[in-house]
Design a protein around this ligand. Structure first.
Ligand SMILES: [Mn+2]
Length: 446
């Protein structure tokens, strides 16, 4: 019994030792010689010493020196290295607490209140004496969608996707070294480009919402351009959609501002769908109100005389026609068709050249439905397989260098909350706008 008690007691004591007695005591806390050692300051200590030299680490270092594992000269050797001397002589001097110039001027690409490509934010619906060359504006609206909603969040999604656009020179802008786009720093040319924010659009009644957008565009078009702009007296607008219905208003306002005759604007329409559907076929069988939607707006634009017939083209078409009459009706609205498979045979540069032949010298409005991209790449209102990739699209857009672009939009950018893939969708949409801005800028410079 006595033996058993002794074993039990010694077991308990060893557990107590392991768990409750400080490590310092076990490894020689009592030895004041170790504690009184003076350690030299190393290179790493001089930079990160406050962070890494906890009491435990310091004690460990002293033990290693005391045991002879590391010698004081070895410490000194590191200390006297040139790097260490450099950092010692270049100690950070923090600015005075009232100094804020770096905070005001040096915004990082991932910080700040988000505008498109970090452009300055301007109140464009007022202060009409302030000149603007190119204005970005959001149209957060998706009440005209036949399939999947979410594009009301598109303007925000595009801006989020544009955060790494800003100054700098793209390595691949322009398709040849002879192109004026080649190495053009489009955000830094002296043209005044601003982000006007969004036109608030009510979600409950498309008629009210589209009228709000019209008045927003009309207000922006009241601004004059700066002296830097060679060919345009008025501000040109780039709209962030929004479902494709908003393009009817974008074209209407651009037509009223820039059409130089009654012939209408040449329309370049990137999309997987024709969007000229007869309203009696798509939506309008219910009410007149329902007849204007994201699949019929180009019918109405043609009916209103905004489209230059024979000078307009769809690019990327592949979705099914609804009726046998669709192609005939589309041609009556003024369009030629370049399908997504035509990109295989013509090549992207060939597609660009064909588009330029079709639009000629007409003033051009370009509208880009994000579903031109292949379904696997982005989120949009009506995704379709068999689409284009981003490099093909960038090449086609750059090939359009020289067209008279009076306005443009990127629409059907579906980036609703809590949805996977929003970052890529926004990034692709922003990249298309970057290309379109290049086309708007390149013709205005000496
Ligand atoms: Mn569309």
């Amino acid at each position: 019994m006595k033996l058993l008690t002794s074993i039990l007691l010694s077991t308990l004591l060893s557990i107590a030792n392991a768990q409750f007695i400080p490590q310092e005591f076990i490894s020689g806390y009592a030895d004041s010689a170790i504690h009184s050692l003076e350690l030299p300051v190393t290179f790493i200590d001089s930079i990160f010493g406050d962070i890494i030299n906890t009491p435990e680490v310091t004690l460990l270092k002293k033990q290693k020196v005391y045991s002879g594992e590391i010698s004081i000269p070895e410490f000194n050797q590191v200390q006297s290295s040139s790097l260490h001397q450099y950092y010692k002589s270049k100690n950070i001097e923090f600015p005075k607490k009232n100094y804020v110039s770096d905070i005001i001027e040096n915004e990082e690409l991932y910080s700040g209140i988000v505008s498109f490509a970090h452009l300055p934010v301007q109140k464009c619906f007022q202060n009409f004496n302030e000149n603007i060359d190119i204005a970005i504006v959001g149209a957060p609206f998706d009440s005209g969608v036949s399939y999947s909603p979410g594009a009301r969040f598109g303007p925000n999604g595009v801006r989020q996707g544009s955060r790494r656009l800003s100054g700098g020179i793209s390595a691949i802008r322009g398709n040849t070294k002879e192109s004026k786009l080649y190495r053009l720093p489009i955000y830094d040319t002296g043209l005044r480009m601003v982000d006007c924010g969004d036109v608030p659009m009510i979600p409950f009644d498309s008629r009210i919402a589209l009228d709000q957008l019209y008045r927003g565009h009309h207000a922006i078009h009241k601004h004059n351009s700066t002296e830097k702009s060679k060919n345009f007296n008025k501000t040109r607008v780039v709209t962030l959609g929004g479902d494709h219905t908003v393009t009817l208003i974008n074209i209407k306002s651009a037509y009223e501002t820039f059409a130089d005759d009654d012939e209408g604007l040449a329309i370049i329409h990137f999309d997987s769908h024709i969007d000229t559907w007869d309203p009696k076929v798509l939506g309008g069988a219910v009410t007149k109100y329902a007849s204007l939607n994201h699949g019929t707006f180009l019918h109405y634009a043609a009916e209103a005389g905004y489209i230059s017939k024979g000078n307009s083209v769809h690019v990327g078409i592949r979705a099914p026609f609804i009726s046998d009459n669709d192609e005939v009706h589309d041609h009556d609205c003024g369009f030629e068709i370049i399908t997504s498979k035509d990109v295989d045979t013509l090549t992207p540069r060939g597609v660009g050249q064909k588009i330029k032949e079709i639009v000629g010298n007409r003033p051009v409005y370009l509208t880009f439905d994000l579903d031109t991209f292949d379904a696997g790449m982005i989120n949009s209102g009506t995704l379709e397989a068999g689409g284009l990739n981003s490099r093909e699209i960038m090449t086609i857009i750059d090939e359009l260098e020289g067209i008279k672009l009076v306005g443009c939009d990127v629409v059907e950018v579906s980036t609703p909350p809590n949805t996977i893939g929003n970052d890529i969708t926004g990034l692709y949409a922003a990249q298309v706008i970057d290309g379109l801005l290049g086309l708007m800028v390149v013709t205005e410079l000496d």
